[in-house]
Ligand binder design. Sequence first.
Ligand code: ADP
Length: 481
Amino acid sequence: MKILFASWELDPFFKFGGLGDVARSLPNALNSSGVDIRTILPFYDVLKLGRSKKIKMGKCSFNYGGKKEVVEVFSLLSPRSKVPVYLLRNKHYLSDALGIDTFAFFNMALIMMIKSNCLHWIPEIIHCNDHHTGFIPLLVKEYKLPIKTMLTIHNLAYQGITSLEVLDKMGIDKSKCPSLRWEIKSRQINFLMEGIIHADLVTTVSPTYAKEIMTEEYGQGLDEVLNGKAGRVFGILNGIDGHVQRASHYKDLRYPYLPLLEGEIIYQKKKQIHPWLEGKALNKLALQKKLKLKVSESMPMLAFIGRLAETQKGLDILHRMLRSMDLNHYQMVILGSGSPNWEERLQWLGKFFPKNVSCNFKFDNVLATQIYASADFIVIPSLFEPCGLIQMIAMFQGTLPVAHKTGGLADSIKDGVNGFLFDAYSAQSLKNTVDKALSIWRNNKSEYKKMVEAAMERDFSWAKSAVKYRELYEKITGKNF
Ligand code: ADP
């Protein structure tokens, strides 16, 4: 089975959000199960290739925007994996990820590279991810390639709606784009909608989100198009890569920990591994010092990690809840970046409670690991969450999530067993649930320990998801591999 996995980001070369993690781990898990899968992305100037050695595979040329453009193809191995990665280089369009037609050009370049057999390898399926690769299914048909396509939606809120100019640049006739019939008023092209319409099969990253996006409430204007694909839309829960999580846990923490048996003492690279309860307490004290918070083991610590997106991540109800609580009695650590509006509003709380609220507006993997390990609870109030990796990483580290019951949060957290879920999207129901969690932490330590141990035992391995993707690859091609 030959699969080309197309993504605009790939950890650790270039990571923007959860898709970067997925693009590293899912192909890796599929590769381990015997699938010949290769990843492809643009060769941005900012790629962090580290010590990975790249080999030039060849080049191809085609017309874009009325000019002949050359694309060079390089191949290398993703660190700690056997998955080949292809990088497409073109200095005009692919050197940064923000250019208006980076993705149109990337989609076109990928098709032309296959057409000219630069890789000496032709995939049976192109697995596209999000709007950045949304034009590939249409281009496969346009160039009559004998290849099936699958589109995975990681977040329906981002659709890649852009000027019609890119169609002219790609040399595609407007009549080929059904999305234009829906976008009549704006006269813009919707990459994600084109992808949904033309792909042989559509998936999204959790079973609950797959149902939610069929409704007007969650469909972001695409529910009718998705309903038109009914029977060909599936939800598969993402996983996390335990090896990668464990490696940064050992590397970035002064006090790594595991759920150890009583009396068990182990070392990892000369560092003592602590039993989880002791390890979490030691890390909390170290983090409080580092962030200049009040240093106290008995102070419950809540955390929020994630993009400060204007609507998705539930910052409105989080902020409202924080304003209504007495912040002298617990600590809130925030790590995220994005909307300046939210940064300013959250920072304001930090100024009033400098010993109990810490705002960190940056992308910082080491600090993220330290927060996951130190906090008692991670708050995930997202209005919608296609899958969410934060809750899985937190549970892996023994930090209980308090989350809105939506999308992948509903599929990965069991309320009262390994975390806490609230139904109604409001500051009040978030507050009630945080109060319940804090009360268990303060007054019922044995229940709290039972829940943490259940969270740490939960299997989020990619192997389970890989089996389901494999089944869908077989379904599209009609072959048993
Ligand atoms: P999304 O893809 O919507 O951004 P996910 O929950 O799927 O959200 O994935 C977010 C990923 O990015 C997680 O691995 C999380 O730890 C990481 N992350 C988010 N914000 C930051 C940050 N400011 N610093 C470090 N890591 C972050």
